[in-house]
Ligand binder design. Structure first.
Ligand code: 5AD
Ligand code: SF4
Length: 450
């Protein structure tokens, strides 16, 4: 096997994986490797994988199987991410052509593992249970020059009964505030306009390090102070940890966008208990009321699982009712998928696939109607849009409102990276269409830096 000169990383799953890919890419470039145009031509091929649902795993397993049959020995192949943690060295038994497996807590070991593979010609596995805070975040190679992901906490201590994340990403480890502020400052200095703070549960930030005296909302106040910070978003949250202080921060901090991903998962308190979500439907609704009282124009997003073991039609109806009552702007709806190693795996997956699919489609139809009504209500209004790039058609510019709505409008390339006022006149599917009525007043930028 010869020293690789080019690499390709295929990413599956969540934003944390996307960021991990950017960090790995940065590390590889530092080592002198350059990006390859595609999987086939790369000397080093990495699959940064996801285990959240069965389908995500099946895609990679299928691909690795096919590659084994057609494998050219000059390519080094590695698996990183959640599947690496879930399957560890068992992957080598199934895929003898695989060269290394690196878990979510070891991406900083990519360089040394590569060297070891080259030196020993052996299959190498590194899957520590706990994340050590020694990652060089600053090497991340970002393709997007306007929006960046920044990791603030890794892992999850919640142990929802259906979820593999606490096993694949380990327990919660917060990143020191100074390191986060430093990275955000550098990103803003480099011209980035929007920073999305990432964690499996960002609202737990700082709880594992009480001596820092810096909880999630404290961190937000520090980041908002960075001169030139345009927009801050965060994801994802556990409802139990969404505090009044956070709600007030959303109300008070100019850069913090008025969109909260507030995943309910199910509308029945019995199912929520079985999911170990540690809140009832009533407690959840109370929190939403509190948030809407503090930030009246806030938009909400959610995740929902249908067909959880023993979910009755009446309980599913409760989820439909909650959707209609809360009127989320965005809902990600999933069919329950049993995951090995989770407590829910002990229960029979008793809801037939066709019932899960039917519930998924019914719920999606309800959400589509709500989202359409919301878009219709936006017609004629003017919104601040951060212009990100040309739309896929190459003619219109594309950006997002503070509440995460996609907007397209006509304009020149020079507007990319700026905040424009767009008056919405129509929409097509999920995209709002509008026209430019001016640049956002400088006032907001000024108040940002005060
Ligand atoms: N089956 C289906 N959906 C799941 N999610 C997590 N685990 C499962 C599972 N076993 C969903 C949850 C979570 C989102 C990221 O994925 O809704 O919020
Ligand atoms: Fe999974 Fe629950 Fe943790 Fe979210 S809060 S990552 S659903 S265990």
């Amino acid at each position: 096997m010869h020293e690789p000169k080019t690499y390709f990383i295929r990413t599956y799953g969540c934003q944390m994986n996307e960021l991990d890919t950017e960090i790995m890419a940065g590390g590889l470039q530092k080592k002198g490797l350059t990006p390859a145009a595609d999987e086939e031509s790369a000397d080093l091929l990495i699959f940064n994988t996801c285990s959240i649902r069965d389908l995500a795993e099946r895609k990679v397993m299928g691909k690795l199987g096919r590659m084994g049959r057609a494998h050219k020995r000059h390519q080094i192949i590695g698996v990183t991410g959640c599947m690496a943690m879930a399957k560890k060295e068992s992957l080598f038994r199934k895929f003898p052509h695989l060269d290394f497996v690196i878990g979510t807590n070891n991406i900083t070991d990519l360089g040394p593992v590569l060297d070891e593979v080259l030196y020993t010609n052996k299959q190498i596995v590194k899957t520590d249970d706990r994340f050590e805070e020694n990652l060089d975040y600053l090497v991340a190679q970002r393709d997007n020059k306007i929006k960046a992901f920044v990791s603030i906490i890794r892992g999850c201590d919640k142990f929802c009964t259906y979820c593999v994340v606490p096993y694949t990403r380990g327990s919660e480890v917060s990143r020191p505030p100074a390191s986060i502020v430093e990275e955000c400052q550098k990103l803003v200095d480099a011209g980035y306009k929007e920073i999305t703070l990432l964690g499996q549960n960002v609202n737990s930030y700082g709880k594992d390090q009480p001596e820092w005296n810096c909880l999630f909302h404290d961190l937000l106040y520090q980041l908002d102070k960075i001169p030139g910070m345009e927009r801050i978003r965060f994801m994802t949250s556990h409802p139990i940890d969404i505090t009044r202080e956070l709600m007030e921060a959303i109300r008070d901090l100019p850069s913090l966008c008025e969109f909260v991903h507030f995943p309910i998962q199910a509308g029945s308190s019995r199912i929520l208990k079985k999911m170990h979500r540690i809140y009832t439907k009533e407690q959840y609704l109370e929190k939403v009321d509190m948030l809407r009282a503090i930030v009246p124009d806030v938009s909400l997003g959610t995740d929902i699982i249908v067909g959880f073991p023993t979910e009755t039609e009446a309980e599913f109806q409760e989820t439909c009712d909650v959707l209609k009552q809360i009127r989320y702007s965005l809902a990600f709806i999933f069919a329950y998928s049993p995951r090995k190693g989770t407590p829910a795996m002990r229960w029979k997956d008793d809801i037939p696939e066709e019932v899960k699919l039917d519930r998924l489609q019914r719920l999606t139809a309800i959400q589509d109607e709500i989202s359409n009504e919301e878009r219709a209500r936006m017609l004629g209004n003017t919104y601040e849009v951060l212009v990100e790039r040309f739309n896929k058609d190459g003619k219109m510019l594309k950006g997002r409102t503070r509440c995460w709505k996609k907007v397209i409008f006509e304009g020149e390339e020079s507007l990319i990276g700026s905040v424009q006022k767009i008056k919405v006149h129509s929409f097509s599917h999920e995209t709002l269409i509008g026209e430019r009525v001016g640049k956002r007043q400088q006032l907001l930028t000024l108040s940002n830096s005060i």
